[in-house]
Ligand binder design. Structure first.
Ligand SMILES: Nc1nc2c(ncn2[C@@H]2O[C@H](COP(=O)(O)OP(=O)(O)O)[C@@H](O)[C@H]2O)c(=O)[nH]1
Ligand SMILES: Nc1ncnc2c1ncn2[C@@H]1O[C@H](COP(=O)(O)OP(=O)(O)O)[C@@H](O)[C@H]1O
Length: 215
């Protein structure tokens, strides 16, 4: 006899690849960190980057920080799911154990740009959920980039120039959330994640459960 299931959380399911993208400064790092702190079923896919660490960023936690030669070696050895040039540096998603872990029900969070999103979607449509975060206005985006205090004025200007180009990719995402109030935005992102976990196709444990109900 199949086990009884009081709610969907007890049924087996495939993990999902939850992608958060936004123009720089709109708040995706903030929302990612809130999500990782609140939900222990989702793990960050830690990217590899050639950009130098910002204050407070730890190697292996926020990114794997490598030099150009190491990144070249990883490209040659086919270690990346995807990689892209962003703001004069290279960023990539290491393959690691993602595929096997998805099968075991592990969810992954990706803080990657639209280029990486496109590549992951082409490789794995069934597991990918794409969420785009927009700022409430361009003026507020600029204010947030400055208030973060991690970039020089020149870098802030370069990021602002790229912001419009990044926003133009909004329609390649499944969900778009405006980050005006951070708690409200976070609540919406969690609702998306909860609903996506309930998708019939992901809940592999439903087949034996429903069979049992119908027998
Ligand atoms: N394609 C791709 N983009 C990434 C990856 N890791 C980070 N990014 C993107 O690179 C951009 C710059 O990231 P970062 O330097 O941390 O600055 P941020 O924009 O303030 O988060 C952001 O749009 C990230 O989403 C990755 O592994 N692949
Ligand atoms: N809803 C919000 N209201 C005000 N400030 C915010 C909000 N969301 C994020 N911030 C702040 O804006 C800055 C940029 O956010 P961050 O998460 O680093 O953006 P991103 O990862 O998209 O570049 C940070 O200083 C962060 O604390």
């Amino acid at each position: 006899m199949a086990e009884s299931a009081q709610d969907n959380d007890k049924l087996a399911r495939r993990g999902l690849m939850f992608i958060l993208s936004s123009p720089s400064g709109a708040g995706k790092t903030t929302i990612s960190r809130m999500l990782l702190a609140a939900d222990d079923e989702i793990k960050l896919s830690v990217s590899v980057t050639t950009r130098p660490p910002r204050p407070g960023e730890e190697d292996g936690v926020h990114y794997y920080f490598v030099d150009d030669a190491e990144f070249d070696r990883m490209v040659e050895e086919d270690d990346f799911y995807e990689w892209a040039h962003v703001f004069g540096h290279r960023y990539g998603t290491p393959k690691g154990r993602i595929r096997a872990a998805l099968k075991d029900g592990q969810d992954f969070l990706f803080d990657i740009d639209w280029q990486g999103t496109q590549q992951l979607f082409q490789k794995d449509q069934q597991d990918v959920v794409r969420v785009f975060i927009l700022p409430p206005s361009i003026a507020e985006l600029e204010r947030r980039l400055r208030s973060r205090g991690t970039d020089s004025e020149e870098v802030v200007q370069a990021r602002m120039e790229r912001a419009r180009a990044e926003i133009s990719h909004w329609d390649a995402y499944d969900y778009v959330v405006i980050n005006e109030d951070v708690n409200a935005c976070f609540a919406k992102v969690r609702e998306i994640l909860d609903a996506e976990r309930m998708k019939r196709q992901r809940q592999t444990g439903l087949i034996p459960f429903v069979r049992e109900l119908m027998s």
